[in-house]
Design a protein around this ligand. Structure first.
Ligand code: NAD
Length: 259
C-alpha cells in the first residue's frame, strides 16, 4: 500500500510517551521521518520501547531523539532546526502537555504558570518556530493537541488551568489557520480519555477508566494509535482543504453528552 507521508519530516513534542509516541509511530508508519522532541528519551508509561527504537524496529522511516523543553523557545527552535537539516520541516505536532496541581481554591500563581507554560506557551512556541520555517518553505501542516477539556469543564485537581489551556490551544489553532495560511494548514486534535498514556495513569484508576469507556458511544477508551491516525489525516494531503479545524477523537463522548 502506498504510504501517505513518504519524504516528509515531522517534529513531535512530548513524543517519548503516550499520545505523542502513538502519533510518532503512525507518522513513521506512513513514511515520515520523525524528530522525537521531549524532556526525556524513555517513555513515562511502563513496559514501552522508546519511540526512536520502536520506529526503527517497526517501520522503514528514520527517527532521532532531541532533548527539548517546550517552555524554552531556543529548545523548540533547535528541534525544528534538526528537522530543517533533515530536509525541511513538513509536519509539526505540538503535543507535550501536563496536568496536576491542587484544587482550584488552593492554587496560586505558580500553579497557573506551571500548567500554562507547558500547555499553552509551549504550543505557541511550537507554532511560532515551525510556522516561520514553513511559511518560508512554502508549505507545512501544524497539528496542535488540545482535549475534550476545551469543550467541557470538569472538577478534578488541576482541571481549571488544564481546561483553560486546552481551550486556548483550540482558539490559537483557529486564528493561526488564517494567519499562517495559505502556505501552512493548522488544525487541532481533541483526544478523549486515552488508555496507555501518562496522563491517564496519573489521574485515573482502572474503575474510572471502565466508567469512562462506558460513557462513550463506542464503549471503549481511545488509544494512542487512534490519535496517530487522526494526525496522519491532518499531516497528509487527505486533508488538503481543511484548516482551522478541531477534531474530536473521543468515541463520541462529548457529542453524546459526556459524563
Ligand atoms: P504523557 O504524560 O503520556 O506524555 C507526555 C510527554 O510530554 C512525556 O513524554 C513528557 O516527558 C513530555 N513533556 C512534558 N513536559 C514537557 C516539556 N516541558 N517539554 C517537552 N516535553 C514535555 O501524556 P499524554 O497522556 O500522552 O498526553 C499528551 C497530550 O495529549 C497532552 O497535551 C494532553 O493534554 C493531551 N490529552 C491527553 C489525554 C489522555 O487521556 N491521555 C486526553 C486529552 C488530551
Amino acid at each position: 500500500m502506498a504510504e501517505l507521508l513518504t519524504g516528509k519530516t515531522a517534529v513531535v513534542t512530548g513524543a517519548a510517551s503516550g499520545i505523542g509516541r502513538g502519533i510518532s509511530l503512525a507518522l513513521a508508519r506512513e513514511g515520515a521521518d520523525v524528530v522525537v522532541a521531549d524532556l526525556r528519551e524513555t517513555p513515562r508509561t511502563e513496559d514501552t520501547t522508546p519511540t526512536v527504537e520502536a520506529i526503527h524496529e517497526r517501520t522503514d522511516a528514520d527517527a532521532e531523539y532531541v532533548e527539548c523543553d517546550v517552555t524554552d523557545y531556543e529548545s523548540v527552535e533547535n528541534a525544528v532546526d534538526v528537522a530543517e537539516e533533515r530536509g525541511g520541516i513538513d509536519i509539526m505536532v505540538n503535543n507535550a502537555g501536563i496536568t496536576h496541581g491542587p484544587t482550584f481554591l488552593e492554587t496560586d500563581e505558580e500553579d497557573y504558570y506551571d500548567i500554562t507554560d507547558v500547555n499553552l506557551k509551549g504550543v505557541y512556541f511550537g507554532c511560532r518556530a515551525a510556522g516561520e520555517r514553513m511559511v518560508a518553505n512554502g508549505s507545512g501542516s501544524i497539528i496542535n493537541v488540545s482535549s475534550t477539556a476545551a469543550n467541557q469543564g470538569f472538577d478534578e485537581p488541576g482541571a481549571a488551568f488544564y481546561c483553560a489551556t486546552k481551550g486556548g490551544v483550540k482558539s490559537l489553532t483557529f486564528a493561526l489557520g488564517e494567519i499562517l495560511g495559505p502556505e501552512v494548514r493548522v488544525n487541532a486534535i481533541q483526544p478523549g480519555f486515552t488508555a496507555g498514556t501518562g496522563l491517564a495513569a496519573d489521574n485515573h484508576d482502572e474503575e474510572a477508566e471502565r466508567a469512562r469507556a462506558a460513557e462513550t458511544a463506542l464503549d471503549r477508551l481511545g488509544t494512542p494509535e487512534d490519535l496517530g491516525n487522526a494526525a496522519v489525516f491532518f499531516a497528509s494531503d487527505l486533508s488538503s482543504y481543511i484548516t482551522s479545524e478541531a477534531l474530536l477523537v473521543d468515541g463520541g463522548w462529548v457529542n453524546v453528552g459526556g459524563p
